[in-house]
Design a protein around this ligand. Structure first.
Ligand code: PEP
Ligand code: MN
Length: 348
């Protein structure tokens, strides 16, 4: 594939002239654009005279040969890291975001207690599923709209931003109205129709890796969202399925470093889903930070034994505080810190 990078100021008739030149050379192509980039992807390769001809056309900035199949997500076209803000909080910057909370919103008490804990620690993001994609239809399916309302109220009371999952197009408006970042779960990474719709909205998307998705498939899923016009995307490694029976998923630490190399998008890590094992959350959090993750997503619950979903991998509040305490020296060693509202973290 050859990518023709177009100028931001290109006129419509100039785009048509480029396409006409490609048609004349019997080349097949498709157009792609995010809010910042406008590209024409040409299948196959160009000979020297075709290359020179295209290069000379008005509105063409440059050509990239042997391009990755996900040009908008790749570093070939945009080398600098993508960063953006969610209500004043930087995503994809030099420090590390912490997003924590229960797997599912279960009650007012549960979500307010969690919000209070995060506020005390100085964290700025809370997670909680209201619409849950469960493996069994007999498992708790989430509180839906009521859950989103509780989550938003708790977040507003403690100055937190909300991350919550959108499981289907049907609930997109509802999640959009209450969440600050919309999560696409592992089971939905391949839902291309939903990804296209998320390309049209003006809120960030947390795109979890499908549990059996290759890195190329994951970046192509991001490409769907970018191509729809939404360039606020966070990639989230959450483990993949392997033959192993002792862990729920196998956290792919190498993927964190690799996608950072391949893509300019921010990368977070979810060691809770990534192992499904409480005791592995701390080592995997450390490994994720060391591999360069821009953020961590951790499941914590006031009473994991009673959790309605993912209790086996949720940390109670003491364990969560302890995790944070143990991550600080590693961050310091790397010259980083958590993005916090309070400079002095109390972890007792
Ligand atoms: C979750 O975050 O609770 C969740 C269901 O994640 P995943 O889609 O990665 O399984
Ligand atoms: Mn979960």
């Amino acid at each position: 594939m050859v990518v023709i990078v177009l100028s931001n100021k290109i006129r419509k008739y100039e785009v048509e002239e480029i396409k006409a030149a490609l048609d004349e050379a019997n080349l097949t192509y498709y157009e792609g654009s995010s809010s910042k980039l406008h590209l024409i992807m040409v299948n196959g390769s160009l000979n020297q005279s075709q290359t020179e001809n295209i290069r000379s056309l008005k509105g063409v900035t440059h050509l990239i040969e042997n391009h990755a199949p996900y040009p908008l997500a790749s570093r070939d076209v945009k080398d600098e890291n993508t960063t953006f803000e969610v209500k004043g909080q930087v995503i994809g910057g030099d420090d590390v975001n912490m997003v924590a909370g229960p797997c599912s919103v279960e009650s007012r008490e549960q979500i307010f207690q969690t919000a209070e804990l995060l506020y005390e620690l100085g964290f700025k993001f809370i997670r909680g599923g209201a619409y849950k994609p469960r493996t069994s239809p007999y498992s708790f399916q989430g509180l839906g709209h009521e859950g989103l309302k509780m989550l938003r109220e708790a977040a507003d009371a403690y100055d937190l931003r909300v991350v919550s999952e959108v499981i289907d197009y049907d609930v997109l408006d509802d999640v959009y109205n209450y969440a600050d970042i919309l999560q696409v779960g592992s089971r939905n990474m391949f839902n291309y129709y939903l990804l296209k719709q998320l390309g049209k909205i003006d809120k960030p998307i947390l795109l979890k890796r499908g549990m059996f998705a290759s890195i190329k498939e994951w970046l192509l899923a991001a490409e769907y969202i970018l191509n729809g016009g939404n360039d606020q995307i966070i990639l989230c490694e959450r483990g993949v399925r392997t033959f192993d029976q002792d862990v729920r998923n196998q956290m792919d630490i190498a993927a964190i470093s690799l996608v950072k190399e391949l893509s300019h998008l921010p990368v977070w890590a979810d060691p809770s889903q990534g192992s499904g094992v409480k005791n592995l959350i701390e080592p995997l959090s450390k490994a994720s930070i060391a591999a360069g993750a821009h953020g961590l997503m951790i499941e914590t619950h006031p009473n994991p034994e009673k959790a309605l979903s993912d209790g086996q991998q949720s940390l109670n509040f003491d364990h969560f505080r302890n995790l944070i305490k143990n991550l600080i020296p590693l961050l310091e060693g790397l010259g980083k810190s958590f993005y916090l509202s309070t400079p002095n973290l109390t972890t007792n």
